[in-house]
Write a protein that binds this ligand. Sequence first.
Ligand SMILES: Nc1ncnc2c1ncn2[C@@H]1O[C@H](COP(=O)(O)OP(=O)(O)OP(=O)(O)O)[C@@H](O)[C@H]1O
Length: 445
Amino acid sequence: MSSPAVEGILGDREVAPGEPLLEIENLTKHFSTNSGLLGGFGIERDGFKLSLSRATDPVRAVDDVSFTVPKGQTVGLVGESGCGKSTLARTVLRLIEPTDGSINYKGTDVTDLSGEELRALRKDVQIIFQDPQSSLDPRMKVGPIVEEPMRAHGMYDAEGREEHARELLEKVGLDPQHYNRYPHEFSGGQRQRVNLARALSVEPEFIVCDEPTSALDVSIQAQVLNTMKELQAEMGLTYLFISHDLSVIRHISDRVAVMYLGQLAEVADKEELFENPKHPYTEALLGSIPNPDPRSSGDRGVLRGDVPSPINPPSGCRFRTRCPDLIAPADLDVSGGEWDRIRTFVRAVDRRTFEATGPDDIAQEFFQGTLPSGEVGDTVDTAIGHLAEGRWDDAGELLKDTFTEPSVCATEVPAYEVDPDHGDGRHFAACHLNTPGGPEGATGP
Ligand SMILES: Nc1ncnc2c1ncn2[C@@H]1O[C@H](COP(=O)(O)OP(=O)(O)OP(=O)(O)O)[C@@H](O)[C@H]1O
């Protein structure tokens, strides 16, 4: 039996299937980077400028993130390496303390929990990590490994624990006779199944899965994911499933949250997200999934450029420095076609992706020889003049001040709810292209 003291706190709060089990609101986690007097400064690239940032400026690993995980479902959290997925997971489990925001689990804000209540949370909410090799003690047999959390939470007597461990090994697709084997005697996929059995041993309701299949071969990945799905249906489990791989997310999730540079770019039900993406970052990620159909061009969007530093993230929309759909400043008098060419030019100057020769060659390459009319054209002409003299920084500054910084993408943080095309789940998209009626001055798609 479980310890009554632990059982009585969170475990007896029933949440009906489909109702919120975990509600995260405005969650923020900043890491201090203060490394003492000598290590106090760092160099940051902010657009065209190299600026000295004080190393005491925090790393904004997770910044104002809100979403809900319904009971019995899987929410997939996807994004490039370094976007804050693991930090978010560890904060939910209180393995690290949040800087701000609330984490409601079964209606209780876990940011306030301590002592027995925190122990109860750590029984009810389990985590599985990516590397099944390093998370299993090589000196222990898998039976006692699976029993360890039961022992820590005072569940069953020795005989009961062994019986339960053998049952669990079978449940996760292993042979109960393997109870006496060591981790090195198992394959990677089998070791991740041992991890699963260990997490399940304390009868949790919620499992945070942090890239659990990323170290496995694709065919083994699918088998482990299928087992996880079967166990979810059988035991009513709820998963927060973290992965950088959209194919894995598609396989396992009911709902998907797309994370970029510490914030959520888009959240929607799986089919809605894959069929009706509303954020250029999501489109770019979808475009990067290998397409088995040779007739498909597979060019739904391409991710170019580097992810900016989370110490000094871009203002407004964090994706704007890589976004192919940057919106024209509202008071700029340009046609859609002209803005497309200006955008391409600004981006190429930012990344220095061409050789600056004579002004006519540059004008030909980016504007087919005809610059936009009026003040916009004068600015482009001046920038081209700078480039022809090798003054890349001056050209970059001018273009940034005229075309990038005044854009709504730089001046306002986007947060919109859009009508879903598929199903009736709420669809959140942090992109100004989704402003009702179209963003003012927008010339994007
Ligand atoms: N303890 C820490 N101190 C300072 N910065 C940290 C710390 N942990 C993480 N970070 C930074 O926070 C940001 C988010 O990291 P995190 O590991 O959460 O991202 P991730 O999306 O899980 O990436 P990955 O898939 O590579 O693990 C990164 O810039 C990382 O360098």
